[in-house]
Design a protein around this ligand. Structure first.
Ligand SMILES: CC(C)(COP(=O)(O)OP(=O)(O)OC[C@H]1O[C@@H](n2cnc3c(N)ncnc32)[C@H](O)[C@@H]1OP(=O)(O)O)[C@@H](O)C(=O)NCCC(=O)NCCS
Length: 171
């Protein structure tokens, strides 16, 4: 398969972004939640309204990954809204980073991560944050290699379920 293409998403991509967001979240985490909690979360977090708002927000950026004309991954970055006392309006956050399972382990996620971090630091180095599920050791390794380290944790709501989420920071 040719190397997947990474490109910024535009307002024309709202439906594709909403679809791949729900698909990759479900593929990764659906087993953790009762179906009604998952469905409620997907509606709000990956629904068209939220996706269109994110795409229209000049302080945020979204990316799509495409392979053979098919959308296979996505990312979202913007101002940090993680619940940590040292977060300031100057902080950036990687909010989402996903590649479909069948394409994982091939370097695509690292390239996507590099694009998002470069965008977050387009005006120079700054403090960056990432929220990551406490048991997602693979992603934590990936962020650790790029200088991120755990500085806190919080509870992330998915429907009625509360996930233990770690807060990672660089800078
Ligand atoms: C995290 C993710 C985007 C990385 O993309 P990728 O194309 O597999 O990444 P690369 O091939 O560039 O790098 C591989 C590294 O990613 C991490 N990784 C690999 N598979 C992973 C998985 N299923 N879940 C989380 N991280 C994973 C590991 O650190 C791995 O390095 P290693 O092989 O030395 O352990 C991708 O695995 C994914 O979408 N995972 C599920 C969703 C997820 O966990 N997103 C992060 C939420 S904070």
């Amino acid at each position: 398969m040719p190397t997947p293409i990474i490109r910024r998403a535009t307002s024309d991509d709202a439906e594709a972004l909403s679809r791949i967001g729900a698909e990759t979240f479900s593929e990764t985490f659906a087993h953790l939640y009762p179906p009604q909690d998952l469905a409620a979360f997907l509606d709000v977090a990956y629904g068209l309204d939220k996706t269109r708002r994110d795409l229209a927000d000049p302080d945020k950026a979204s990316w799509l990954v495409e392979a053979d004309g098919e959308v296979v991954g996505h990312a979202l970055a913007g101002p940090c809204d993680l619940p940590h006392p040292e977060v300031t309006p100057a902080c950036g956050e990687l909010k989402r980073l996903y590649v479909l399972r069948r394409l994982q382990g091939d370097g695509t996620g690292s390239r996507l991560l590099a694009e998002t971090l470069a965008w977050l630091e387009r005006d120079g180095p700054r403090r960056l944050w990432i929220g990551v599920w406490s048991e997602n050791l693979g992603a934590q390794r990936l962020y650790g290699r790029l200088g991120f380290a755990k500085v806190g944790e919080y509870e992330f709501p998915v429907g009625e379920v509360r996930d233990r989420e770690f807060i990672f920071r660089r800078g």
